[in-house]
Design a protein around this ligand. Structure first.
Ligand code: UDX
Ligand code: UDX
Length: 447
């Protein structure tokens, strides 16, 4: 078994640390956030992820897992160091890699024996060369370390399952030592292992996220066309998805993609292509279509209510997708801000993300309130807007909802409800790209 150090106890690093400990490796989780470390050492996860608490407790009980902010000692005691720190958006869309650089400098002053440094954070192709250069300039010798790329393909909400049963493992290496150590680390995995040079592995990650985001923006583009011709996007994408070359996943139209990955990775990929002199129009269009989704939702609210000002909007769903409490780049959060800017009174509810949302939105004042249940949120509301596909929202008692609301309007940002049922109850229902119920389809050719 290997001795590992995982730097960055965020959504990626913590899952990586716990899953490697489960496989029998000794893992040190490193972070600068003392509060985070204290909670983790007590067995309390710092974010919601299915199955995380059991893995954390098991790792601590078996003595396979420890947490510290002492990065120097952790590096010294480990053979393999995973870099899982944040790579947030920087200027002009390029990622801010200062956290990665800081870890590289810490490694450079602790190279008393061979270390394999592994990038797991999503980074632009060429970052590994930067890490090598940083370490050498800060005093590290060529012979005592290698850098490799082992990108993560974890989806929030299914991160542990995605780690344990990946579609593929990608190992970007440039020495036989690095290749041997990583193949050994992943020996128990039963999936394709793709071994490439480092830049190729870095690029696979960026291109994967950008392509998945492209599927989503393509679906949203087609949804906009569906609305003009009275077609139903859900059936259109079913029709596309039966083609094995296309596949049905990541074609759900709606409010666009959020989260800490797609929005920043598409921008970063476009910025990198542009900096290399490659035409990045396609990637910029994927991003533009996505950015326009909030405006499309507001227009649907105005189609029903005429103006947003002084209207009470009940907004269900603040997490960027279901099965997570993460609100980073969440469309629900963006819609709250836009509705408040337009003078609406907004009442929000989310089953998991309320605490994170309260912190993020605390400066919006009393035009924003947080309800303990969807029914409290709907009381006296002029419209109900569904922004996150939590299954409990499908089970709501809409007859009761209608009695509670001031006007019966539902904007379904995830096409998660049965329009015909909802319209039978007497709601004005508007989904995304779906000609629903008996409302007249209208061809709106401009020319
Ligand atoms: C991040 C990126 O968002 C993702 O695209 C990439 O693939 C992996 O890294 P995430 O786990 O969500 O994913 O990052 P984040 O939740 O921001 O956690 C980063 C952690 O690193 C934080 O806990 C932060 O305290 C810690 N950190 C950051 C350090 O411990 N040391 C540092 O020098 C910088
Ligand atoms: C993504 C990638 O899937 C994962 O491989 C990578 O490692 C990290 O980024 P994540 O961001 O956690 O994972 O969530 P994902 O399930 O991919 O959803 C991303 C966004 O796309 C969410 O806002 C989701 O609501 C949206 N989405 C997803 C759609 O709008 N339509 C879809 O059909 C699928």
């Amino acid at each position: 078994m290997a001795r590992l150090c995982v730097v960055g106890m965020g959504y990626v690093g913590l899952v990586t640390a716990l899953c490697f400990a489960k496989l029998g490796n000794s893992v040190i989780g490193v972070d600068k956030d003392i509060n985070k470390l204290k909670l983790l050492s007590e067995g309390s996860p710092t974010f919601y992820e299915h199955g995380l608490d059991e893995l954390l407790r098991e790792g601590l009980e078996k003595g396979k897992l420890s947490f510290t902010n002492d990065i120097n000692r952790s590096i010294e005691q480990s053979e393999i160091i995973f870099i899982c720190v944040g790579t947030p958006p920087g200027e002009n869309g390029r990622p801010d890699l200062s956290q990665v650089e800081e870890v590289a400098r810490s490694i450079a002053i602790n190279l008393k024996s061979y270390k394999l440094i592994v990038e797991k954070s999503t980074v632009p192709a060429g970052t590994a060369e930067r890490i090598k250069q940083t370490i050498k300039l800060a005093g590290g010798e060529d012979t005592v370390f290698d850098v490799a790329s082992n990108p993560e393909f974890l989806r929030e909400g299914s991160a542990i399952a995605d780690f344990s049963c990946p579609d593929r493992i990608v190992l970007g290496v440039d020495t036989s030592m690095a290749r041997t150590m990583l193949k050994e680390l992943y020996r128990d995995f039963d999936c394709p292992v793709l071994i490439t040079d480092i830049a190729t592995a870095e690029l696979i990650k960026h291109a994967s996220n950008a392509f998945l985001a492209t599927k989503i923006s393509f679906s949203n583009l087609v949804a906009d066309i569906c609305e003009k011709v009275g077609a139903n996007i859900n059936l259109v994408v079913d029709g596309l998805g039966y083609d094995r070359r296309i596949g049905r996943e990541f074609l759900n139209a709606g409010i666009g993609y959020g989260g800490s990955c797609f929005p920043k990775d598409v921008k970063a990929f476009a910025a990198m292509a542009g900096a290399l002199g490659v035409n990045n129009t396609l990637l910029k269009e994927v991003d533009r279509i996505n950015e326009d989704r909030i405006g499309a939702i507001v227009k649907k609210i105005e189609d029903a209510l005429w103006v947003c000002k002084n209207k009470r909007i009940a907004l269900l769903g603040l997490a960027f997708k279901c099965n997570t409490d993460d609100i980073r780049e969440s469309p629900g959060i963006k819609l709250v801000r836009e509705l408040v800017r337009k003078g609406s009174l907004v009442t929000c509810y989310d089953p998991k993300a309320m605490d994170n949302a309260r912190g993020e939105l605390k400066n919006l004042g009393d035009v924003l309130s947080f309800a303990e249940t969807p029914y409290v949120a709907a009381s006296e509301a002029d419209a109900l807007v569904l922004m996150t596909e939590w299954p409990e929202f499908v089970q709501l008692d809409f007859l009761r909802m209608k009695k509670l609301m001031r006007t019966p309007v539902i904007i379904d940002g995830r096409n998660m409800l049965q329009a015909e049922e909802i319209e039978k109850i007497g709601f004005w229902y508007s989904g995304i790209g779906c000609h629903r119920g008996n409302r007249k389809s209208k061809f709106q050719y401009d020319n």
